[in-house]
Ligand binder design. Structure first.
Ligand SMILES: Cc1cc2nc3c(=O)[nH]c(=O)nc-3n(C[C@H](O)[C@H](O)[C@H](O)COP(=O)(O)OP(=O)(O)OC[C@H]3O[C@@H](n4cnc5c(N)ncnc54)[C@H](O)[C@@H]3O)c2cc1C
Length: 171
């Protein structure tokens, strides 16, 4: 339950979120491609810049799954030893010897706060009433019941972060 859009108690709080290609994870990468297309649509409709492409460095223990997958999948010029990471990104000094990383330019930053503002104004343009400080007490495929007993009906209910009990009981 939020007192406002992008409230600090929600996981969408803050200015930015990172995204990047994940080696050896086709499903996640397909979701990334789909998401970028959808963000582009929101950008076009709202006139706000939400996605900012940027090279991203992923690093850690070279025996970790993501680093191993990066080493196996990516061209050699994208793979960095711990010394090469420090040479290229001087803020990361004294990295342990067992560290390695990779860089990918299929990556960037999503402006989370701007995205929420864009969604909010697109909803308001369509006449959607946004309700804050309103706890959902129960949910089914076609109905949402708030704590004060009001019932909202629809052909379909789309839920985010509902309690596991609600989801298990009704879907
Ligand atoms: C510190 C941090 C860093 C992250 N970094 C990244 C990153 O770099 N890249 C990335 O892709 N992802 C990242 N994530 C994950 C990403 O931010 C979340 O997956 C995303 O914001 C989830 O959005 P959401 O709308 O599903 O949930 P939320 O933004 O959490 O919204 C769910 C809302 O539902 C409300 N709610 C819950 N139950 C009820 C109820 N019964 N009645 C009424 N309201 C209710 C909650 O209060 C909340 O406001 C990060 C998350 C965190 C916390």
């Amino acid at each position: 339950m939020n007192p406002e859009s992008g409230y600090e108690g929600s996981s969408s709080f803050g200015d930015t979120r990172l995204f990047h290609h994940t080696p050896n994870f086709d499903m996640k990468n397909e979701m990334l491609e789909d998401s970028l297309e959808m963000w582009k649509e929101v950008e076009n409709k709202s006139g706000k810049k939400i996605v900012h492409n940027s090279e991203i460095l992923v690093f850690g223990d070279k025996n970790s799954r993501m680093i191993k997958d990066g080493v196996n999948e990516l061209p050699a010029e994208q793979i960095l030893t711990s010394e090469q990471i420090t040479e290229r990104y001087s803020a990361f000094e004294n990295l342990p010897d067992n560290y390695a990383g990779f860089v990918t330019d299929k990556a960037g930053i999503l402006k989370a706060k701007v995205a929420l503002e864009a969604y909010k104004s697109l909803c308001e343009e369509k006449g959607v009433e946004l309700k804050y400080n309103t706890k959902i007490a129960d949910v089914s495929k076609n109905e949402v019941k708030t704590e004060d007993g009001t019932i909202y009906s629809a052909d379909n209910v789309v839920g985010k972060c509902l309690s596991p009990e609600s989801i298990l009981l009704h879907f």
